[in-house]
Design a protein. Structure first.
Lengths: 293, 436
């Protein structure tokens, strides 16, 4: 009797889940399966033939693919920690300044995130252009007439500036929202015990939102590994190698060279690398959390 | 007797050509059909309307996606989704032919008819291995666009020779360091290959199933060391063309001259409106003024794709679109295209020529036509032009960044990169170091 009811309940549950499951398998699972299958094929034009794991074997010896990780690695080691640190500082400042002013700052800081990356890229390409850059008069005044603003060596720094501009405000917003969830008593107690604002912030509040910070790290690591829009837009100013970032190499392989199946295989390798790095960060972070407790 | 027969034959042939002018376009007897076409030019619909009047059973649906190469690559790999007719630059056409994107239309447009309508050189842009895939639309004949106000101020006339060009460039750099006499593009293989072509040479070609690559031939070396000298000494600057800086410099008069394909007249009109009346056009400077020669930068053809369900109708359409005087007139009038490749262009020349307001009243059609007539050689571009282009862009950026010291060194390095790329892509029919 009970069993029957249970199975009926399960059936009902699946019925409710059905719309989601159908969409999920069609939009997420099916493309992954199809992608894995296609990655086992060689392709030229419309011709396709089965090659087994040849694409993957080629990827491991394709120096251009691995060279492309220089930029993500730079972002991973510099941009991600720097941005999250800045965002935490900014979030604490939001707490410190009067509520009304804080709202204005939050709005201003959040704005860049609402601008599509492509549009932002166009604007930035004007800012760094040689003749129309707002820095030009300044450079000319310093006697740097005709000096190029952007060459290829500067691109990582420019990327750093653009990405920080785009996402720091948003990240600060996320940190700030999670700070709001901390019961006020904790901070009050600490202050009664004689802790300063910044001591309370870093030693009481920050450990309490560790989970959110770990999540932000993982999201930004994924973003760094898949960086595409920003360097792509800068190409109107400076010639970048087709394999400047892994995502650009994948894009060029597919759409400029027409090597779609190879691009798919690279995409899957990139996804696996992203997954492994995220997993590693999550593991080490949660282990530390456990030790602390 | 023999002479009489020959004479009669010639008369007969001439008469039949004249009579056949409109019979050149086959009748369409098939089912009513709607063709699709991708093209990034403007106002192709006027020609389409004229075509549909003559062929009421063929309708053409034109779509403009801008430059659609990536979209086309996707459709080719998918095995479906290409339109019936695809616009492609001549230099990129072999890449698409090689991928099997097009279908031969010799059945409706045999070789003799193609040559009669579009001339022999165009075969290299529209055919491979005797398979004709499409028809040529506009010319990319190299022309010199220059600012008359700047030239007048410094007492220059349009340079007749490259030596004169270099002399004027040096004078202007001295007189006004903020002004560029001309700039060269950072990359854009078409441009550099075009200048070698103008000098009577080429970098690559195709013959009897083999791809030939020889970048370091004497003509190419001459062209690269000419520019190399001007660039190394700082007279001529390398600039990212089609960038905000470049648009700005043309609009506000920071660049005195541009060497580029003749379709640029149309581009200038719409993108540098503030400089109306100040530009003029001339045939490009020559290496040997006694034997003038020209090459092309750009220019595009319309090809019938392998996905077309009705290649017959598509073949008739591309043939008519790019050679019939009615269509040429429309393309000229509404799209401002230099549709000079067709041999029938001469029939409309007088009608489309005339003073042009934007060019200070100059009859630019005449000048561009003169420039186009000097293009009497041609070659087949490599089927990996995307890679050829990227390789050059990287080397020029290296030069700009100071990693390569001598500009002329780029030529052999470019060749090396291209040879490496074509071998990596699995071509085994490549001959390096010679040209057919």
């Amino acid at each position: 009797m009970i069993r029957k009811r249970r199975s009926r309940l399960a059936l009902r549950a699946y019925l409710f889940l059905a719309p989601f499951l159908a969409l999920f398998s069609f939009i997420v699972i099916y493309p992954i399966v199809l992608g894995v299958r296609l990655s086992l094929y060689g392709q030229r034009g419309a011709r396709m033939w089965y090659v087994g794991f040849l694409n993957y074997r080629n990827i491991f010896t394709d120096a251009r693919f691995w060279e492309a990780f220089k930029i993500p690695l730079f972002l991973l080691l510099v941009q991600v920690p720097l941005m999250i640190f800045l965002a935490i500082l900014i979030a604490f400042v939001y707490e410190r300044v009067p509520r009304k002013e804080a709202a204005i700052y939050r709005f201003i800081h959040y704005l860049p995130y609402t601008i599509p990356a492509i549009v932002a890229g166009i604007v930035w390409s004007y800012i760094f252009s040689d003749s129309m850059s707002p820095f030009r008069p300044l450079l000319d005044a310093l006697g740097m007439m005709g000096v190029r603003i952007l060459n290829r060596e500067h691109v990582p720094l420019v990327l750093l500036v653009i990405i920080l501009w785009e996402f720091t405000g948003y990240t600060a917003f996320v940190v700030f929202s999670s700070l709001l969830a901390i019961p006020r008593e904790y901070a009050e107690q600490a202050q009664i015990d004689g802790a300063t604002f910044w001591q309370t912030a870093f030693f009481i509040k920050l450990p309490l939102i560790r989970g959110v910070i770990v999540m932000l790290f993982i999201f930004n690591i994924i973003g760094a590994l898949q960086v595409f829009n920003e360097p792509w837009m800068l190409q109107t100013l400076v010639v970048l190698p087709p394999n400047y970032t892994p995502a650009m190499y994948i894009y060029n392989s597919a759409f400029a060279y027409g090597r779609f199946t190879y691009a798919i295989a690279m995409g899957l390798v990139l996804a696996s690398i992203t997954f492994l790095i995220s997993l590693y960060v999550l593991r080490t972070a949660s282990r530390q959390l456990l030790v602390q407790r | 007797m023999k002479k009489v027969v020959l004479g009669l034959l010639v008369v007969f042939l001439l008469a039949s050509v004249a009579l056949a002018a409109d019979d050149m376009y086959p009748e369409y007897k098939g089912e009513p059909v709607t063709l699709t076409m991708w093209a990034w030019t403007s106002n192709e619909d006027y020609s389409i309307r004229e075509f549909e009047k003559v062929y009421p059973n063929i309708k053409v649906q034109w779509e403009n996606f801008g430059v659609h190469y990536e979209k086309a690559q996707t459709a080719i790999a998918a095995g479906e989704g290409l339109p019936d007719v695809l616009m492609i630059e001549y230099t990129y056409a072999p890449e698409f032919m090689d991928l099997g994107a097009f279908v031969p239309i010799n059945k409706w447009l045999p070789r003799e008819k193609f040559v009669a309508l579009f001339g022999e050189p165009a075969l290299n842009w529209c055919a491979l291995d005797d398979n004709i895939y499409g028809t040529p639309q506009d010319s990319g004949a190299i022309s010199l666009f220059y600012r008359k106000d700047i030239f007048d101020k410094h007492g220059f006339a349009a340079p007749q020779t490259w030596a004169e060009f270099a002399e004027q460039a040096r004078k202007l750099r001295q007189a006004d360091p903020n002004l560029n006499y001309a700039t060269v593009p950072l990359g854009w293989a078409l441009w550099w290959a075009g200048l070698v072509w103008e000098a009577g040479g080429k970098l690559f070609d195709y013959k009897d199933g083999k791809w030939y690559i020889d970048f370091t031939n004497p003509v190419a070396e001459k062209v690269f060391s000419f520019w190399g000298e001007l660039i190394d000494e700082g007279t001529i600057k390398i600039e990212q063309w089609w960038s905000p800086d470049w648009y700005n410099s043309l609009n506000v008069g920071k660049t005195a001259a541009v060497i580029i394909g003749c379709w640029f007249a149309e581009w200038l009109r719409y993108n540098a409106p503030e400089s109306e009346g100040l530009w003029r056009v001339a045939i490009p400077p020559q290496w040997d003024p006694a034997n003038p020669h020209n090459g092309m930068i750009g220019g595009s053809g319309f090809y019938v794709t392998a996905h077309s369900k009705n290649p017959e109708a598509a073949a008739i359409f591309v043939m008519w679109l790019n050679s019939h005087p009615e269509s040429l007139k429309c393309l000229h009038k509404y799209s401002n295209l230099p549709v000079m490749v067709s041999t029938r262009y001469e029939e409309v020349l007088d009608e489309v020529a005339g003073p042009d307001q934007f060019f200070g009243g100059q009859n630019i059609v005449e000048t561009l036509w003169e420039a186009h007539k000097l293009v009497d050689t041609s070659y087949v571009a490599l089927p990996i032009l995307t890679n050829v282009d990227q390789a050059l862009g990287l080397l020029l950026q290296d030069y700009v960044d100071g990693k390569i010291k001598k500009f002329a060194d780029i030529l052999p390095m470019w060749e090396e990169a291209v040879v490496k790329a074509i071998k990596e892509l699995g071509y085994d029919n490549v001959v390096v170091g010679e040209l057919p």
